[in-house]
Write a protein that binds this ligand. Structure first.
Ligand code: 5GP
Length: 120
């Protein structure tokens, strides 16, 4: 399913991290359409190469993490955006947290990432 991978890239891939000024999450969540129809509550952007992210689906970059998930062998630089405030309708306001973490993802049968689960 090619759509799953392209959707994953839209939602979770940003490398190198886009220079959008302060309020990275506010800008990026809107730019990637994650503010519609309601503000997505939590979303993580991975600042790593496509090759390195795809490799998590293989033995060279990841390992089984149960429940159809895989965890990366090495940490990635990620930014996690968390919705703040009461209203879930746009304009959406987010807090930003940039850190180095192991990513947990699901891959399709073509070995492409299709779901971001969490980061540790
Ligand atoms: P909270 O800290 O709000 O209780 O939980 C946030 C949850 O969302 C955590 O389990 C975190 O791992 C997860 N999370 C972080 N980024 C994403 C994402 O991009 N998509 C999904 N579905 N969950 C995420």
């Amino acid at each position: 399913n090619l759509k799953g991978y392209t959707t994953f890239l839209t939602q979770h891939y940003d490398n190198p991290k886009s220079s959008v000024g302060k309020q990275y999450c506010d800008v990026m969540m809107k730019r990637r359409g994650l503010d519609k129809p309601a503000c997505k509550e939590v979303n993580t952007f991975i600042h790593g190469t496509k090759n390195n992210i795809i490799a998590v689906c293989t033995a060279s970059g990841g390992k089984d993490y149960g429940k159809g998930l895989r965890i990366s062998l090495r940490p990635f630089t990620v930014t996690t955006c968390k919705h703040k405030g009461g209203s879930t309708r746009p304009p959406c306001k987010y807090s930003d947290n940039k850190s180095s973490r192991y990513i947990v993802i699901a891959c399709n049968q073509d070995g492409k990432p299709v779901h971001f689960d969490e980061s540790l």
